[in-house]
Design a protein around this ligand. Structure first.
Ligand code: F6P
Length: 320
């Protein structure tokens, strides 16, 4: 029977992690559980950095970006030595189950930990990358896209006024989801993502042709996994002879007050994670799929998430 659970946030922070923590803590307490907060993700389990959280511990965090529990990327947790130390902390503190708030990489680690030590782990999908297979949106994705769109709208003002080409680099080391969504929603002329080969020569051909018929400004969205903005801009200038400016949005996309969508998701999934642990579930990630709460085995959740890239790309080009 579950008496004490622990919650941690791991991997890249995402706006909405805080409301998820609030939900786990307050709902857990309402179900007569003790809830411990682990600091800095897996690192905190390895180094026994954790404490009991009460109702007041999560006051005032519902609208804050980031995570009050801190987060980290922890290479040590990938070693059997690291996992053994984490397990020792679990045993010593009588923790019966773990809520892991994170993305694809965090769930891969939770899955290994469950397999090796049989610790019940339930995942709450939170990452700006929307990289959890089997669910529609991870907590934080919506916020990151809106932040990038806000920037693109502003860049458009100066791009059209000064008739320039811009390469705007957005996050997404392995996934072009943010870039494609931002390119479509921002009315951008082209997009470069890791999953799709797009030829710069063909983009440059379009730019030169566009210039001849009076289209003088271009915004090309670049996912960080598809190259560096400065390199792409230089190649565009070399091929077209036109001045090309760059903007790297970077970690700006990870911050800010979570949107209504991310908060709603976080608050529902936090509660559902506690319910799952009480019901004896383990080794699953939680998310929404077609407006329904779904449990996805970690093994499935960590597979490469597919989305309809070609449809998206075609629409971007048709609407340009
Ligand atoms: O996983 C989220 C993410 O923001 C990715 O889009 C990005 O590639 C990565 O994290 C950056 O990580 P870090 O902040 O550790 O450099």
């Amino acid at each position: 029977m579950m008496k004490r659970i622990a919650v941690l946030t791991t991997g890249g922070d995402a706006p909405g992690m805080n409301p998820a923590i609030r939900s786990v803590v307050r709902y857990g307490i309402s179900q007569k559980l003790e809830v411990m907060g682990v600091f800095r993700g897996w690192w905190g389990l390895i180094n026994e950095e954790l404490k009991i959280l009460n109702h007041r511990s999560v006051s005032g965090i519902i609208g804050q970006g980031g995570t009050i529990l801190k987060t980290a990327r922890c290479a040590e947790f990938r070693t059997s030595e690291g996992q053994s130390r984490a397990y020792a902390t679990i045993k010593k503190n009588n923790i019966d189950g773990l809520v892991v708030i994170g993305g694809n990489g965090s769930f891969a680690a939770a899955h290994e930990f469950y397999k090796n030590f049989n610790v019940p782990c339930v995942g709450v999908a939170a990452s700006i990358d929307n990289d959890v297979n089997g669910i529609d949106y991870t907590i934080g994705t919506d916020m990151a896209i809106n932040t990038a769109l806000d920037a693109i709208d502003k860049i458009r003002d100066t791009a059209t006024s000064m008739e320039r080409i811009f390469v705007v680099e957005v996050m997404g080391r392995d996934s072009g989801f943010i870039a494609l969504t931002v390119a479509l929603g921002g009315g951008c002329e082209d997009v470069l993502i890791p999953e799709r080969e797009t030829y710069l020569t063909s983009i440059c051909h379009d730019i030169v042709h566009g210039n001849l018929v009076g289209k003088m400004s271009w915004i090309i969205v670049l996912a960080e996994g598809a190259g560096k903005a400065d390199d792409i801009a230089k190649r565009i200038t070399d091929l077209t002879g036109l001045e090309t400016r760059t903007v790297v949005l970077g970690h700006v996309q990870r911050g800010g007050r979570p949107t209504a969508v991310s908060r709603d998701l976080a608050l529902h999934l936090g509660k559902a994670a506690v319910d799952c642990l009480i019901a004896g579930k383990k080794d699953v990630a939680l998310g929404m799929n077609a407006s329904k709460l779904v449990e996805v085995n970690f093994e499935t959740a960590i597979k490469k998430k597919e989305f309809n890239i070609e449809n998206h790309y075609r629409l971007i080009k048709i609407l340009t």
